[in-house]
Design a protein around this ligand. Sequence first.
Ligand code: ZN
Length: 281
Amino acid sequence: MRNRVPRHIVCLTFDFDTQSGFIARGMTTPTPLSRGEFGALASKRILGLLKSHGIRATWFIPGFTIESWPKECAAVVSDGHEVAHHSWAHVPPANQSREEEEADLLRANNAIVKLTGRKARGYRSPSWDLSEHTIDLLVAHGFSYDSSLMGADYIPYRARKGDVAELGKPYKFGRETVLIEMPISWSLDDYPHFEFVRTPQTVLPGLQSARTVMENWFDEFLYMKRTTEWGVLTYTMHPYVIGRGYRMLALEEFVARLAKEGAVFMPMEDAALEAKAKLFS
Ligand SMILES: [Zn+2]
């Protein structure tokens, strides 16, 4: 049953947060809001780039963005991309009670049904911080994959529930669930490399050279090719971050190089289905 032909999948994923992340952090003065607003403008450029390369991607869209930027979200759908779940208000589940988390999950899924006609198959948590209930809730609500954990790089795995971490004791592993984990990494996310953030508590310098970052990202693909026969590599981007002109040029070149190296681009739901058939059937 194992297919010996090498196959290296790339999922380009876009977290279409617009202003939601700023509002969730209480940054509601005009300039931070406009910073998120830029994502709506940039989404059109990204859709154009994807179309010109014939790539279908996954857009993790908060309910907030669906209801605040309906035309931009409709364009994502009409271009054939997957729309996946990214909360309603961009509040990390780790900061919510189970009831709040479930209510937000349902509200955002309703927005996705209105936009696309279907419930989301995949979930990615805001700020990549799951609660102890998230996996359980995703399974209960029929999701097929999550993309918020970092326990692997190229090989999807089954998300566990009920792990116990206690200081001074060995780690206790919980039970594997049916949920496929499509692993991610901050190193393969545009945000920490590029965004300059200044708050009273911290300064994130960001503002790195786009081509240098993409060189690292490209090497990650080459290493996957060298070390696996079959694998999935996920890159995470935010329209208001990656959509700046010089980053778009670097992204365009990066995508062309990946294609030349044999990358198979697909939406994450398709990669999760392939992983399920290949690894867990
Ligand atoms: Zn986000």
